[in-house]
Design a protein around this ligand. Structure first.
Ligand code: PRX
Length: 647
């Protein structure tokens, strides 16, 4: 078994990892010519990718680009659910589409025919409750097949789905339902997480106080959870489904009709409803799934992300199913009941492609090699990583201890806004370097630019996407101005600014360096510092709050909050706990601060801007950086004395 030393030696030597010869020989995308083909005529290239889908009516123009607004496959008509289901019925009717395991160990397999039938019935169920094309439907569910079925059912009738991750609080759920004016919510009585029950329906009941747009709630019965059923509004999934017919023609949707809204954090207190449309999005996720994961007949693919995040939308549902893949889904936590649960699932279900996040990989490292070593992982042939920069040590550990040294590791950079993977290796041809997401995919144009927009050939700067791509976001729901100002104004309106820092090395490889704005990445999840600050100042005793991310061994970043209390209130360990719970109530457990520092004042510049850099130094126990621009140096002196330079 390789030890830590040998990993360090490998990294010091700067070793690259070419595709294993056997893998390369069988890979679908082994010819580097594709990069040039795509670059020489990107629109023709993406049009070829789009023709892999079933269109009800062909497009008349590939791209209509009026910066910063793009329309792809203009006038084309298609249906996303038909592309994920109906078109596979002739060839894959009895092939497993979803293999699912619940946290308690219950199992289900749905073939493509099963998934198609359930989706058609669910689509009719939505229609029976009056849901129409263009209506918004909020999904707040555990990771069960019915979540995918609900998404596909919405897509089938042209309703817009918006999945809210089950870890969000009632307040967060309410904000999202109100923002999109949803007409219906699909939830479950509850879910399981680390053996505990998650009371999803109770949270929905609380959220719906103040949501007059919602006329109906459908409850999928996951277990024996005590719930309140509100007569006239709430309906059991299984009762409604029992009456539905199977026949349900898919709606012919315009390529630019909205497929879904998914909320993500930005630099203000209010999450953004990212809008994705149909034709371009499906083209992007369909192609990139095939390329990056080198899909083959017989593969069993497992992406560990919850469908509540974009990774689940693009690479649990739309990418894999539009390719006719067999998708494995697991409802629960990696360490339940033991720390080898993931590896026992890989062994039991013969998983061949495994896609997870660096934060999970670092936890696996901490738990030790004996956990994967207990299981036969020889079915695996490809590993992936997403959500945050993967540190080289974790990359090498993953390659060795999970992949047995024989599986390429694809580090994939992308965002909720990009919809599809943008920077990643092609596993049959790219010589990977641990820690680098390598190169932009064919048809994608990425650069590193400096402040002024000058190209940085070698060195650090800001990541930029310099050409529109088919799965790009089409807007922020209800806020067109914010779309332009956040993403398309840093270097003019033709270049997309993702908000990430990046470096290019002498081979032109990209090394992603994390966010350059006030957005944190905690365990692979985006949280805006302003959101947490708003939650804190919402507490009656808090006068002011400043939130920063401090380095965390497993989570990448952890949330630290500096809090100034209103007169007459004093900080105490009890108040710390209360404030943490307050944030959980306002946003959800994923935003719980790790540490709270009470401070009589916050360090500010003379123009009143909080100097987060100094707070970060304090929270991470570092020597303080430049303090000369401080309005009142005594503030930082007091903080330093209180919390010391070791934090
Ligand atoms: O900072 C980048 C980081 O995650 C952000 C996007 O977060 P979200 O929209 O929640 O989507 C996550 C899953 C696609 C990016 O702006 N990020 C994502 N993948 C990587 C990454 N940073 C470095 N390397 C990656 N592979």
């Amino acid at each position: 078994m390789p030890n830590r030393d040998s990993i360090e030696v490998l990294l010091r030597e700067g070793r690259t990892f070419p595709p294993p010869p056997e893998f390369a020989a069988a890979a679908g995308m082994a010819d580097p010519q594709i990069y040039d083909d795509a670059a020489s005529d990107p629109e023709a290239f993406w049009a070829r990718c789009a023709s892999e889908l079933d269109w009800i009516h062909p497009w008349t123009k590939v791209l209509d680009w009026k910066p910063p607004h793009a329309r792809w496959f203009v006038d084309g008509k298609l249906n996303a659910s038909a592309n994920c289901l109906d078109r596979h019925l002739k060839t894959r009717s009895n092939q497993a589409a979803l293999i699912w395991e619940g946290e308690p160990g219950d199992e289900r397999t749905l073939t493509y025919r099963d998934l198609w039938r359930e989706t058609c019935k669910a689509a009719n169920m939505l229609k029976s409750l009056g849901v129409r094309r263009g209506d918004r439907v909020t999904l707040y569910m555990p990771l069960v097949p019915e979540l995918a079925i609900s998404m596909l059912a919405c897509a089938r009738i042209g309703a817009v789905h918006s999945v809210v991750f089950g870890g969000f609080s009632a307040d967060s759920l309410r904000d999202r339902i109100q923002d999109q004016e949803a007409v219906l919510v699909i939830t479950a009585d509850g879910g399981y997480r680390r053996g505990a029950q998650v009371p999803l329906k109770r949270t929905v009941d609380e959220a719906l106080e103040g949501c007059p747009s919602v006329k109906n709630v459908i409850i999928y019965k996951r277990g024996e959870f005590p719930i309140h059923v509100q007569e006239g509004r709430d309906h059991w999934w299984h009762r409604l489904m029992a009456d539905q017919k199977i026949a349900c023609e898919p709606e012919a949707m315009d390529s630019e009709d909205m497929l879904y809204i998914l909320y993500t954090s930005g630099t203000t207190g209010k999450p953004k409803g990212i809008v994705h449309t149909t034709g371009g999005y499906l083209t992007g996720v369909n192609a990139t799934f095939r390329w990056v994961f080198d899909l083959k007949e017989g593969d069993r693919y497992w992406c560990t992300a919850d469908i509540g995040w974009v990774t689940g939308h693009s690479y649990v549902v739309y990418g894999p199913l539009s390719n006719g893949a067999t998708v494995f889904m697991y409802e629960g936590a990696p360490d339940w009941p033991e720390r080898d649960r993931f590896w026992s699932l890989v062994e039991k279900h013969g998983i061949t492609i495994f896609y997870t996040a660096p934060t999970a990989i670092r936890a696996f490292m901490k738990w030790g090699t004996q956990e994967p070593a207990r299981h036969d992982l020889s079915s695996l042939r490809l590993l992936g990583s997403v959500g945050e920069p993967i540190n080289p040590e974790a990359w090498v550990w993953y390659h060795r201890n999970i992949g047995g040294g024989r599986c390429p590791v694809v580090d994939t950079w992308w965002q909720t806004e990009t919809g599809m993977i943008m920077i990643a290796p092609l596993p049959g041809q790219t010589n990977c370097k641990p820690g680098s997401a390598t190169m932009a995919l064919p048809g994608v144009s990425a650069e590193v630019l400096d402040q002024k927009g000058e190209k940085v050939k070698i060195g650090g700067g800001y990541l930029a996407i310099t050409r529109p791509w088919p799965a790009m976001l089409r807007g922020i729901y209800g806020d067109p101005e914010r779309y332009t100002s956040v993403y398309w104004s840093r270097w003019g309106n033709e270049i997309y600014f993702p908000g990430d820092g990046a470096r290019r090395d002498t081979d032109g490889f990209f090394w992603l360096l994390g966010r350059v704005d006030d957005v944190l990445n905690v365990a692979g999840h985006r949280i805006g510092t302003m959101e947490v600050e708003s939650a804190l100042v919402d507490h009656p005793w808090v006068a002011e709050a400043a939130v920063i991310g401090r380095e965390h061994e497993l989570k990448g970043q952890a949330i630290a909050a500096f809090v100034t209390l209103k007169d007459a209130h004093k900080g105490s360990p009890e108040l710390m706990d209360e404030l943490k719970e307050h944030v959980v109530k306002r946003i959800g457990a994923l935003a719980r601060p790790d540490a709270i520092f009470f401070s009589a004042d916050l360090p500010k510049t003379r123009s009143g801007k909080i100097m987060r850099r100094l707070l970060k130094d304090i929270a991470e126990g570092r020597m303080l950086g430049d303090t000369t621009t401080l309005a009142d140096p005594a503030v930082i002196q007091a903080l330093k004395e209180k919390y010391g330079e070791e934090g």
